[in-house]
Ligand binder design. Sequence first.
Ligand code: 13P
Length: 341
Amino acid sequence: MTIANELQSTIGQMVQLGKGILAADESQPTIAKRFASIHVEATAEMCRSYRSLLFTAPGIEDYISGVIEFEATLAQIDNDGTALPKVLASRGIVPGVKVDQGKGPLPLSPGDFITYGLDGLEERLQRYKNQGVRFAKWREVYKISKENPSVLGIAANSEMLARYAAACQGVGIVPIVEPEVLMDGDHSLARCAEVTEAVQKEVFHALHRHHVALEYIILKPNMILPGKDHPVKASTEKIAEATLRVLLRTVPAAVPSINFLSGGISPEEATLNLNTLNAKFPKAPWLLSFSYGRALQKPVLQVWQGRAENTVAAQQALLKRARLNGAAQRGEYLAAMESSE
Ligand code: 13P
C-alpha cells in the first residue's frame, strides 16, 4: 500500500457520520489530577484497569471511530491479556497516540507556551506504528491575555504543529492537529474569536509551507467561547455561529473533519454545542465532530470511583455520552435524551 493509500484508508475509517474520537491520552500528571477528583491514586495498575474499562465498553464502536492513547498505554493489556491497541483495532476503532511531550514557556516570550517532542519524533512514530498506531495527536496551547499569544508565539507554535504533521504523514500516520486556545481568563467571546482566527490562519499557512496534505489531517480546535471568568455566558447559538465563522475563514474545505476538544466545559454543554453546530449548519464543508476527553470521561469517573464492581455501570456511562455525542454529530440530539437514557 502506498503512503497516500494508507493515510486515506485511516481517514476513511476515522471520519464517519455519527462518530467521533475518544481522547484518553492523559499524561501521568493529568490522569493523577482526574483520579484525585474521585480520591483514587493513579498507580500503574489503576490506570491500566481504567483504560481497559474504557476500551472494552460494549457498544462504543457504534459512536467512536478512534481513541487517542497515552504512550505508556500502548504496551498495556486488558483484563484478558490482549494489548490495548489490539483491543481497539479488533472492534473497528482506530488506535492513536499522543506524541507531543507536554508544554513549557516559550523562551524570551513571556506568557507564550511551546510544546516539546520533535527530537527523535520520526523514530518514535515508527515504533508506535509497529505497535498498531495509525494516527497521532499533537497539542499546542495558547493562553489569552492582553498581550498573548504574541505574534512570535503564534508563529513558533504553528511551525511545531506543521513539522509534527509532516513527520506523521511521512510515515503513513494521520496527524490530529490541535491548536488549543484556552478558556482560562475573563476574555470575551469576540476576543476568543480574534485569537483563534489568527492562530488557525498561521497554522494552515505553516502546514502549506511544510507540504502537509490537508486531505489527510484532522483538525482539533477549541470552540469559540467566552473565557470561563467572563461575566456574560454565551448562548449555544452564539457559540455555534462564532465557531463556524472562524472555521469558514480559516479551514480549507480539503480538510475532511474537524473534531472539537471539550476544553473544560461540561459534558452536556459539549454535546449541545456540537449539536447546535450540526443542526444549524448541515452544509458545512467538513464533518463537525468530537474528540472529547473530559466531556466523555467525567461521568465515567464519577460512576467508577476506582471500584471493580462499578465497571459495568461506568461503561454504560461512557456508552451514554458516546451515543449522545454521536447524535449531536448528526444534529439529532435533544436535551430530553439526557434523562430518558
Ligand atoms: P478535553 O476534551 O478534556 O479538552 O481533552 C481533549 C484533549 O485531547 C486535549 O488535548
